[in-house]
Design a protein around this ligand. Sequence first.
Ligand SMILES: Nc1nc2c(ncn2[C@@H]2O[C@H](COP(=O)(O)OP(=O)(O)OP(=O)(O)O)[C@@H](O)[C@H]2O)c(=O)[nH]1
Ligand SMILES: [Mg+2]
Length: 297
Amino acid sequence: MSTLDRLRKGLAKARADLKQKLAFLFKVSNFDSLFWEELEAKLIQSDLGVKTTLEIVEMMKKNSFSSPAEGFEALKKALLKTLDFPLPVLIEKNKLNFYLIVGVNGTGKTTTAIKLANFFRHRGYSPLLIAADTFRAAGSEQLEVMAQRHSFSVVSQRRGADAAAVVFDGLSKAFSNRLEVAIADTAGRLHTRKDLMDELKKIKKVALKACPELRMVVLLVVEATFGLNALSQVRVFDEILSPNGLILTKLDGTAKGGFIIAVQRELQKPVWFVGFGEKIEDFDLFNKELFIQALLS
Ligand SMILES: Nc1nc2c(ncn2[C@@H]2O[C@H](COP(=O)(O)OP(=O)(O)OP(=O)(O)O)[C@@H](O)[C@H]2O)c(=O)[nH]1
Ligand SMILES: [Mg+2]
């Protein structure tokens, strides 16, 4: 199955929802103020949020159009424009690239760590996994079992160990083996738990001590099913950790595809990767063109 087909399958719910909401657009003959009001309402209902919706409508108003098909194309263009971020640099050559995966409980961090390792393996790297979820019972075992199943090397310690110490160990090993990619899974945590948020800051600090030449990429895992009401939670992670970007998981579970656009716009941070199913291959780089295509057609 092509990437577009897999993405289309994953986004089936969101696409059906948008299709139903935008059906009116194809019956319009007059692009008057009533049309714009209805479009605004539908986009807001799709979880694009007020701010992003107004920006999109403003962009669309700059193009004059006279048919529904032209209107639909203008909408697609405006949606694409809202996602205008520089492309992420996945690997800095001749460096150890350390991916630190963070986020609230149950968002899919452990699954994502394995998916990301698989992504890099397909590009010729030998990623090392670091089980830094020492907080939850069976936290690191979950990663170990998954890593074993897919033949990835993993560094872990007993439950209750200092997460930063596990990261230090893992990075020292990756560095001495001249690996180019290491991926750490961390425990889920609520943005309100200061002690746990401080632990992540400590991991970042210790990582640089383990390997001064390190290239660190912090990615915040967010569930697409959260919707805009989870934005304040995501913002706290953003403020405390300044992640490089986002990984959006469970695209297959959301009917409100607008959130995927709005969260990037609101945080001014790009989505690097998307997860759209439970299987290891239900994961890919976020490609805005493919995403809009899968969402709207
Ligand atoms: N449908 C679907 N399920 C997913 C996706 N990603 C993860 N899951 C499921 O979500 C559940 C939680 O995934 P985990 O990877 O354990 O989440 P986590 O963030 O590591 O959880 P904690 O460590 O407890 O915070 C599992 O049942 C996964 O199979 C996805 O993209 N789509
Ligand atoms: Mg986990």
